[in-house]
Write a protein that binds this ligand. Structure first.
Ligand code: NAD
Ligand code: DAU
Length: 350
């Protein structure tokens, strides 16, 4: 079959990447979608069972820090679009092991930029979409929002590695004319979120009757977006965003951590048919995260006004759907937290 475009999606077996792969495979049958993923602890092909047999989908296992492998992959497929999500993504892990974040998030991104530059030097129509985070902007006080012109001020090894990769992506635009676009998104939630992150961790711990750890005073604030709305924003920006531009993505949905956890506790009590207040008893205030950013809040008006994107799902609806998904997928949670899938892939892709 002849495809109109061949698009590389990196990190497609992870949380957000799997929703992006699914959207593109289903929405664009005339695109060939190649999902490149190293299948680290966070990557999991179970997330893509429903699309793995699609005629326009191919999986490649590989590491973006391996430049020889990346160059060969571009040589083989002649990609004319890249949506780059592969990353080490968890702030707490970046505090205990910064180097793996430097390698994957910075060196890995440069390997992809070099391969795209090499492949597209004589062709029109390439596009490199770098998926980044609002954490590059640092921390807000009680007022205000991050815009695309907010100065970068990363404060964790994770956000510093993402800021560094954003700067390098921009540098390849200015220096080599590489057709890039960057998106900076707020906190995502939804199905397939790895249970080290706040929302799935709390759901899982309530189910297992374990303590619910709240860092510091619990008044840290995040701006939560339904993961499928992030995927639709990436679709919009990849196709219609202006080359060389950055776009903020967010749902205008701020929650203090403690309020969010209270809400989750109450929904879980309702779903588990227990007296209200049962789950709240598990809340435990613990030592704060070092360098913990106080507040994130996104101004997404550039994306909304220029490209017409809007979030589709109300928080109440997305939140309940997320809880239902975790209640229906307890085996998935047990397998990702025990490393069972990873052992299986080691044998399958040995
Ligand atoms: P995730 O940790 O769930 O998934 C990351 C994926 O990348 C995994 O499938 C993993 O196997 C793969 N990967 C890691 N290292 C790799 C390597 N060296 N080579 C190839 N593949 C590798 O992450 P996520 O939460 O889905 O985030 C995806 C992207 O979106 C990241 O770039 C992250 O910075 C960005 N982002 C995340 C959020 C969020 O709320 N989760 C918000 C804004 C931006
Ligand atoms: O803002 C976008 C970012 O959101 C992404 O770039 C990151 O990849 C993603 O992991 C996420 O980062 P956060 O650090 O905001 O997410 P996390 O779920 O780790 O934490 C959310 C908030 O909850 C934060 O203030 C820390 C707090 N927290 C987290 C955990 C895991 C707790 O209080 N207790 C916990 O056990």
């Amino acid at each position: 079959m002849k495809f109109e475009r061949t698009i590389l999606i990196t990190g497609g077996a992870g949380f957000i990447g799997s929703h992006v792969v699914r959207l593109f495979v289903n929405k664009y049958p005339n695109y060939r979608i190649v999902n490149l993923d190293a299948l680290t602890y966070a990557g999991n092909l179970e997330n893509l069972r429903d699309v793995e047999d699609a005629a326009n989908y191919t999986f490649e296992r590989g590491d973006i820090t391996d430049d020889g492998f990346i160059n060969n992959l571009f040589e083989q497929y002649q990609f004319n679009g890249v949506i780059h999500l592969a990353a080490e993504s968890h702030v707490d892990r970046s505090i205990s092991d910064p180097m793996s974040f430097i390698k994957t998030n910075i060196v890995g991104t440069v390997n992809l930029l070099n391969a795209a530059r090499q492949t597209w030097k004589n062709t029109e129509g390439g596009r490199f979409h770098h998926v980044s985070t609002d954490e590059v902007y640092g921390s807000l006080g009680d007022e205000g929002f991050f815009t695309e012109t907010t100065p970068y001020d990363p404060r964790s090894p994770y956000s510093a590695s993402k800021a560094s990769s954003d700067h390098l992506v921009n540098a390849y635009y200015h220096t080599y004319n590489l057709p890039i676009v960057i998106s900076n998104c707020s906190n995502n939630y939804g199905p397939n979120h790895f249970p080290e992150k706040l929302i799935p961790l709390i759901i899982n711990n309530i189910l297992k009757n374990k303590a619910l750890p709240i860092y510091g005073d619990g008044k840290y604030t995040r701006d939560w977006l339904w993961v499928k709305d992030h995927a639709s924003a990436i679709d919009t920006i990849f196709h219609n965003g202006r080359v060389g531009e950055s776009y903020n993505i967010g749902g205008n949905n701020e929650w203090k951590n403690i309020d969010l956890v209270h809400k989750l506790c109450d929904i879980m009590d309702e779903k588990l048919e227990r007296p209200q207040g049962t789950a709240r008893e598990l809340i435990t205030f613990v030592k704060d995260r070092p360098g913990h950013d106080r507040r994130y809040a996104i101004d997404a008006s550039k994306l909304m006004n220029e490209l017409g994107w809007t979030p589709s799902v109300k928080f109440e609806e997305g939140f309940r759907e997320t809880v239902d998904w975790y209640l229906a997928n307890k085996t998935w949670v047990d397998n990702v937290t025990s490393g069972a899938y990873q052992q299986y892939y080691e044998n399958q892709y040995a």
